[in-house]
Write a protein that binds this ligand. Sequence first.
Ligand code: PLP
Length: 433
Amino acid sequence: MSKNLDILAEEDQNRNEAARIKYFDLVVQSGSGATVTDADGKTYIDLLASASAINFGHCHPKVVQAIKDQAEQLILYTPAYFANTTTAKLLDRLSQLTPGDFAKKVALGNSGSDANEAMIKFARAYTGRPNVVTFTGAMHGSTYAASIASAISLNQVRKIGPLMPGFYKAPFPDSHDRLPGENEHDFSLRKFAEFKQLFESYVPADETALVLIEPIQGDGGIVKAPQEYMDLVYQFTRENGIVFAVDEVNQGLGRSSTMWSIDHFGIVPDLLAIGKSIASGLPLSAVVGKAEIMDALPAPGHLFTTGGNPVAAAAALAGLDVLEEEDLVGRSKSLGKRVQEYFDQAKLRYPCLGDVRIYGLDGGIDIVDKDGQPDAQLASQIIFRLFDLGAVMITLRGFILRFQPPLVITEEQLDQVFAMFDQVFTEADDGTL
Ligand code: PLP
């Protein structure tokens, strides 16, 4: 294991420990739109969207119909070796949907983790360099390289080591780490200096294949990197021949009010990973990127027998139709404004609310104690109480409420959620939770 990863694992230790809380017992029986119903018939508003994997709503009738139709026609003829009409359509669609007007390739897989693994392989093959730089607090998946590329605690390192060589971490520019009085410009420069320090101390830039980032960290707490920082990092990769890749598995497909979270920054990445919501809950992932990079590892360099199977591809095509027809990206933006307005007011009323970050239907809501310090215990009580009242929500890093409803949530449902929040935040501040 690299020394750099060792040091930063210590930093990740606390947040991983804090995140290890027990959730309420929910046994889901069915889902529809933005709600789920449990085995006893109680219905909840879903503020988790199955970990942002159900952006287009639970069991959308168009998606369900497409799955049924495809299953009657062809379930699998391994796309690793031969084309099928449905998967071929998806390849075209994904090329069109992603930023960049260069020649593109698409590689399909079964999970967000394997998409990130693929990007590591493509970047190494293309550059002929070994090193991979990711960020503290990142979530890139649970397969081996993806775990190591993610926030990993020393406990985990001890259990699953030895780790793969060539992985390094830069400190993510997490707004929680801003110094008192530090403005965004100074913060960006300080964090970029730390990023460059990594290359000066541990990993020569000309031996680095890949910089992989979630422009808005999901599991890291719904935290958006500053524009200036992203510009500097991107520029650094251009100057040093490093592949720049974004992980859109959690934040893509309209979640943060734009199609991709990287769209907020006006940067066109070399490689982009898609997963979670793409097939409305069926296993499917994709890497879309520059053909010249992906051609460096031709088939069978990265193939999965069932990756991009026609049933998942049919679900994806129908889901992308829904995304367009129901203008879910626009919806994420307009409903997100309402959420922002709610919290602008709520922050004035409820001292338990700390920093609140809302980007479309994507929110990280910090819960704090009377001294303004992160309060994981209170956050846990809040989500248990919301569960009683009829909403499913979980925490990130222990103290952050994760707000990621399906993008089809209605205004009426949002109003119900705000009423529940009002009740629970009042109880949290009264000490009656
Ligand atoms: N990347 C991000 C940003 C994620 O949030 C996740 C899962 O939470 C993954 C990758 C891994 O995806 P999967 O669980 O489909 O392997």
